[in-house]
Design a protein around this ligand. Structure first.
Ligand code: SF4
Length: 451
């Protein structure tokens, strides 16, 4: 066992002393979707709505809902909240696999508070130290695995053409406008209190760079610096040049003048070129590369994180994409103690027909090659632009997860849905699956036959 694995194991032992399902992210991390009034802790469980009456005298109910307090109670008593299945899937692979329960809880924004949180009553309100917020679902993309809840383009498409046969992408939440939203109002009421305990603040969307509240936060921080706060913004890097330049100027100001502790740009891609554009409809891959590289160039003290939601369409070009990320690491790593860019790979679970588990067993070899590609390019003193252990380990666990067999009937249903969704996708979006993924023809035909 490596030193890092030993540290993880020892931290997991500390968590398990409180209870075998205790996870600090349930108390200290929150994602608030203010455009719908939903929230979750962490970002893996399904969201739940914050009842407006809970907010009346307590804006912290944006995080401390009665529902969440019930989940905390379960964790404290050693029960596994069903909403945390993402982690239980990994933990059930065996004790050599570390779920996000351990990984998140051992982060700097969580680990120092272990004893404090363990001694709190499950019913107590707590200010989170890691906040992720979305102000609006306005988005210029309609990624295949997204929905009208997070993308206005998805909503528009379904309004125009009706439901997909798979019911994919439907808007299931009531969406509030950014201008008249009681959740955003409560957020700004809570802000002066919230900011005091905050270690990480991240803005997500929709596309955050299309929201005026994103720029309000950045301008607020520019006027009232928070040198202990890490700030992060998600962006699909597909906004207009003028908007991106405005964002870059603020990011430069915050970092060069040390107005925040650290600045991160999170972006997303999980394949290369045309294949990435197919998965994330609206993406212009060349613009994506240009904006990503501008950020690395213009904000050298910052960091870019590429989130890859690894799915069935990622597999055949992921190695090329990794080679690109590696080349950026090599160009922009000026100081070995500062990593300018890394990749964070998670596995797609929903929609289930797009998860890598639908693929035939033969695809496991691709996954093995991807893993070997990363393992043979680990960071070391002669290669400061190599991959970190934490980058590789996430791919390793996806490889293990991919190998878990599905029940035959489930597999058949998912493959049928795979074809019906992408066939309809091609029809209404003017795309062509086989043109973008010619190497997947045999699998496509197999799914088609089931229909
Ligand atoms: S147990 Fe896992 S899914 Fe649940 S809050 Fe913790 S990290 Fe998130």
């Amino acid at each position: 066992m490596s030193k890092i694995e030993e540290e993880k194991k020892s931290f997991r032992d500390r968590l398990n002393q409180v209870s075998p399902s205790f996870c600090l992210a349930k108390w200290l991390q929150v994602t608030m979707h203010l455009h719908s009034g939903h929230n979750h802790s962490c970002h893996h469980p399904a969201t739940h709505k914050t009842p407006l009456e809970e907010l009346k005298f307590n804006p912290s109910a944006l995080h401390n809902t009665c529902f969440k307090k019930d989940q905390r109670l379960k964790m404290k008593s050693g029960a596994r909240p069903a909403e945390c299945q993402y982690c239980w899937n990994i933990e059930d692979l065996g004790e050599n696999y570390f779920s996000d329960r351990t990984l998140k809880s051992s982060e700097f924004w969580a680990a120092p508070y272990l004893e404090d949180v363990a001694s709190l009553s499950a019913n107590a309100n707590i200010n989170p130290t890691y906040v992720e917020v979305s102000f609006s679902n306005v988005c210029n993309f309609k990624c295949s695995y997204c929905s009208g809840n997070f993308s206005t383009r998805w909503k528009d498409e379904i309004q125009r053409y009706g439901s997909y046969p798979t019911k994919s992408g439907e808007q299931t939440m009531e969406i509030l406008s950014e201008d008249n939203n009681p959740y955003i109002k409560a957020f700004w009421e809570w802000w002066p209190e919230l900011i005091k305990d905050l270690k990480v603040f991240r803005i997500t969307g929709g596309e955050p760079l299309l929201s005026k509240n994103t720029f309000r936060v950045l301008e607020e921080l520019s006027r009232n610096p928070m040198p202990n706060l890490e700030v992060a913004i998600n962006s699909n890097l597909g906004v207009s040049d003028a908007t991106f330049q405005k964002f870059l100027a603020l990011a430069k100001d915050l970092t060069e003048n040390k107005k925040v502790k650290f600045f991160r740009l999170f972006t997303s891609a999980e394949a290369w070129g045309e294949k990435a554009e197919y998965i994330r409809n609206g993406l212009d891959f060349i613009r994506f590369q240009r904006n990503l590289e501008s950020f690395l160039q213009e904000v050298p003290q910052g960091q870019a994180i590429v989130m890859s939601t690894f799915n069935a369409l990622s597999l055949t070009s992921f190695e090329t994409f990794l080679a690109y990320i590696k080349s950026l690491k090599e160009i922009y790593t000026k100081d070995p103690s500062h990593c300018p860019i890394f990749i964070d790979v998670s596995y797609l679970r929903h929609p289930t027909y797009q998860s890598i588990q639908v693929l035939p067993e033969s695809y496991q070899n691709h996954m093995k090659e991807i893993l070997q590609f990363m393992e043979s390019r680990q960071i070391h003193k002669n290669d400061p632009g190599g991959f970190y252990f934490f980058e590789t380990t996430k791919v390793q666990r996806i490889y293990e997860w991919m190998k878990q067999p599905l029940a035959e009937a489930d597999l058949r249903t998912r493959r049928k849905e795979f074809y019906s969704f992408f066939n309809e996708h091609d029809r209404r979006r003017g795309t062509n699956f086989l043109q973008s993924f010619p190497e997947m023809r045999a699998f496509w035909d197999q799914c088609k036959e089931l229909n």
